[in-house]
Design a protein around this ligand. Structure first.
Ligand SMILES: Nc1nc2c(ncn2[C@@H]2O[C@H](COP(=O)(O)OP(=O)(O)OP(=O)(O)O)[C@@H](O)[C@H]2O)c(=O)[nH]1
Ligand SMILES: [Mg+2]
Ligand SMILES: [Zn+2]
Length: 375
């Protein structure tokens, strides 16, 4: 390997970095990334190398230049905005991330408050560029339909492809599984529902998931505590993997788990994006997600007499008609009203916060202007 210069000698960082080879490509790279790279970086900044953010710690950003390669460490100061999963242009000489490729998919949570010089009541990205979101529900406790509906909104909103995974088939009889699968399908219309068992000694319990995780896939896991996310990750990897926040045996301080996000290799060519933030993500600016998650309501809504029908009590409401003649189950409409109400409430709050932030930003700029005048 040519010209390996210890970073520590140049910039007080914690890791050395070999210069990337020009032909290497980061984990999960595909033709779309190649096109995006050509369009946004390659022509204008020839000295940059494509890398993927695979881990973010307090101390720095780890990037991977090629699948399975050693990780490189970039000072966190360089770019605050990157999140795990981001594909970036790295200036290897300077050890700096210079650009972030447009994100294909992203998990966001609300980040209210004003930042310097900007009105920033906005969504804060927490993970990017996952291809698939595995939404887990445990068959042992039964499908929680309202939770599943909410998770589907979040998954769709990220723009990644959702797949519902019903775990722990080994704890149920086939007769018990069928109605649960049907319930899940009803609350995740148009989404594959796969039943797995992650605790067997062979991989046969998770084989059904394979078609949804083709070579190059980057997946993320959504699901309540105890639904089997860690166990499924281990089963898919064929070895124990360490999800964020888990305390490793014999290391009660959880030293290895302080990361705020990581992209773990499951196999040589499949990855798992894991951040504690994904698990805690709430509804926020979820219009697109709501629309996609409730696609089963759309054909009935198209029949409503009024374009702005709220489907509460209006005459000629296609949805209410569908409910009364049994074409649309009442519980689907109920959960839609509930989630829409939540999103609207959040939006109303954001408007208030936004007003406040704008007022503060204006005050700051007035003070600055006054400062300039008095100089
Ligand atoms: N029988 C059986 N048990 C399972 C299966 N998957 C998970 N479990 C058990 O369910 C419990 C919870 O599984 P975890 O993988 O820890 O769940 P998790 O989603 O990671 O939970 P948190 O980390 O708390 O969010 C554990 O006791 C697992 O052994 C399965 O397919 N079959
Ligand atoms: Mg876990
Ligand atoms: Zn209506």
């Amino acid at each position: 390997m040519a010209d390996v210069e210890p970073w520590s000698s140049r910039r007080g960082s914690i890791c050395w970095m070999p210069p990337p080879s020009p032909s290497s490509r980061p984990p999960g790279w595909d033709d779309d990334w190649e096109r995006s790279w050509e369009a946004s970086v390659a022509g204008s900044q020839e000295d940059l190398h494509p890398v993927r953010v695979v881990r973010i710690d307090k101390g720095g950003i780890s990037v991977s230049e090629t699948a399975g390669s050693d990780r490189l460490v970039v000072a966190a100061k360089a770019v605050r905005r990157v999140v795990v999963g981001d594909v970036c242009g790295l200036d290897a000489e300077a050890g700096r991330i210079e650009s972030i490729l447009p994100r294909r998919t992203v998990f966001e949570r609300r980040a209210p408050g004003a930042e310097r010089d900007t009105v920033a009541v906005s969504a804060k990205a927490i993970a990017a560029n996952m291809d698939v979101v595995l939404v887990l529900q445990g068959l042992d406790s039964g499908v929680n339909s309202s939770r599943l509906a909410r998770e589907m909104v979040l998954a769709w909103e990220s723009r990644a492809q959702p797949v519902v995974v019903l775990t722990k088939t080994d704890l149920c009889t086939p007769e018990e599984i069928t109605p649960q699968r049907d319930l899940a399908s009803r609350f995740a219309p148009g989404v594959p529902v796969v039943c797995v068992s992650s605790t067997g000694s062979s991989d046969s319990g998770t084989r059904e998931l394979e078609p949804y995780l083709p070579t190059g896939t980057v997946a993320a896991l959504l699901g309540a505590s105890g639904t089997g996310k860690s166990t499924l990750a281990n089963a898919l990897a064929g070895r124990p993997v360490q999800l964020t926040g888990e305390v490793r045996e014999g290391d009660q301080r959880g030293r290895h788990t302080t990361t705020s996000g990581q992209m773990l290799p499951l196999t040589r060519d499949r990855w798992l994006i894991d951040t504690p933030g994904i698990r805690g993500v709430g509804l926020w600016h979820a219009d697109e997600g709501l629309e996609a998650a409730f696609a089963d309501l759309a054909p009935f809504a198209a029949q409503c007499r009024f374009a702005d029908c709220t489907h509460n009590a209006e005459p000629g409401c296609g949805i209410l008609a569908a409910v009364s003649d049994g074409a649309l189950p009442q519980d689907r409409l109920d959960i839609w009203h509930e989630l829409l109400g939540e999103v609207e409430q959040l939006e109303a709050q954001s408007t208030e916060l936004e007003r406040e932030a704008r007022r503060e930003a204006n005050q700051r700029s007035r003070r600055r202007a006054a400062g300039r005048r008095s100089r």
